[in-house]
Design a binder for this molecule. Sequence first.
Ligand code: GTP
Ligand code: SPV
Ligand code: MN
Length: 589
Amino acid sequence: MALTTNKAISNWIDEMAAMTQPDQIVWIDGSDAQIEALRAQACSTGELEKLNQELLPDCYLHRTAVNDVARVEDRTFICCRKQEDAGPTNNWMDPQEMYAKLKALYTGAMKGRTMYVIPYSMGVVGSPFAKYGIELTDSIYVVLNMCIMTRVGAAVAQVMGDDFVKGLHAKANLDPENRYIVHFPEDNTIMSVNSGYGGNVLLGKKCFALRIASYLGRNQGWMAEHMLILGIQNPAGEVRYLAAAFPSACGKTNLAMLIPPEHYRKAGWKVWCVGDDIAWIRVGEDGRLWAMNPENGFFGVAPGTNEKSNPNALATTRRGTIFTNVVHNLDNNTVWWEGLDKNPPANAVDWKGNPWNGQTSTEKGAHPNSRFTAPAKNCPCISPEFENPKGVPLSAIVFGGRRAKTAPLVYQSLDWDHGVFVGSIMASETTAAAAGAVGVVRRDPMAMLPFCGYNMGDYWQHWLDMGTKVDADQLPKIFNVNWFRTDDEGHFIWPGFGDNLRVLEWIMKRCFNEVEADETPLGYEPRPEDLDLEGSGVDVDTVRDLLSVDKDLWLQDVDAIRAFYAKFGDKLPKKLAQELDALESRLKQ
Ligand code: GTP
Ligand code: SPV
Ligand code: MN
């Protein structure tokens, strides 16, 4: 039964149904009974496998098609009327042309199938900062994931009125040549076809909460960012918040759920997770910047998650979780992935669905971008502010990426505008989260290269403008971090994970004027002896090395940045060009 009688909604659904021609239409109310029935149905067709319910209650396994395991950036489009508004970093096509092309792909695509109607909320339902969407899909896997990742149900259908983002997803025949992930920001519309992989099909996530929302945010004076949000509680009991943007598979989920090193724990330090992937940031009533997490779950990278690296993430996946493209351990009907433990199962099925012996196989059992979809409420360190519709006030914004050599462990920008510059010049080695080569350094400003729904030059200007809406002393301080510097053998020098708190502590001290810093051509850096290294296994000299700035490498980077900036023509804010010149002259001094 329809969950709303709103005409705008029913007309649009009728139109989409006339095109895709499903056998039936089913509204998703998100009730336990409905979810249970859908799980059973998906198990009966093999779309899901029910895991050991004693060890992993309400947990299921799914395998995608082998050619459909990551976001497809080359098939992701921003279709606005003027190409200039999409900018040089987005694929663009004229909206009418794209609608016509897609119509051919969607026509009859749901014949013999069910169209599910998912009313969902990004943010706490009914709160002033929530935004609503409806996703139409022919995939039960998508329905069940959306019920974890977003707030779904009748209440949402009631409050959304006419103001909702339209999302249409059809698996069609999963043809990679006709796979399209398309955004029409001017029409509040998302269309996804021929994929069944998370980031391409869970339309509330990257498509809405970043690409559409970044466009809305620019028009409405707020920001949608690819950022985790966390609270750091110090021994005095104060909680200070930061948001951090790292590219895909560069450590957001891990940082967001960090467990402090032992002596910090003993002293009373705690980290609270508010979000692990997306932050919507606004100016609050008190004039500060506040960040809220619009999601309701985690779609996290499985490989590398273990009892030591991220016990909180592991605990989060122990119930109500969908695992995608991991190893199926047949002995006890549980799951496994590379980096979970040193004991891969011998009697298992790999991510492709083939028999797999982890003791003898030289091939990976889980896909490097295999994922878990887990409810946020499972997380042992979920912040008490998680359900606060306003989110949390930010003291710091942190940028970071994977850089084997250039970027130091941490540095602080000179001020907001310089911080925007620092975000704009981010670069990182590519990962398995997107289809294509892995380990290639590319520029990824603010970790938003694949997610900005408009011209990146305008986006930078929007960042600069946001800085003028907040008093200078109230603005978050902006930092850059790099956990991924390697030695000559290619090993990570910094221990990372929980030990990253040592750097976050320094960052927070800087925000509250509790520690001095050294000035370098890049900005402010810690005096090595100011980082608490107790129990880290790292000595001060190593830290000095991790903080070193290789001027020759940086001058080469300046040239690369200049070439990158040139792509934006007039859209490049003058302020950023000036910041680049200033960096160059500081490096040459
Ligand atoms: P998306 O969900 O794709 O946006 O990724 P993410 O940014 O949340 O990355 P995630 O925390 O899942 O980490 C991705 C990979 O980086 C995992 O394999 C981690 O084990 C690894 N990783 C995370 N933090 C660190 C760190 O501090 N040091 C090192 N060396 N590796 C890390
Ligand atoms: C990312 O790739 O940044 C992710 C996973 O968080 S996805 O939902 O596929 O975008
Ligand atoms: Mn992400």
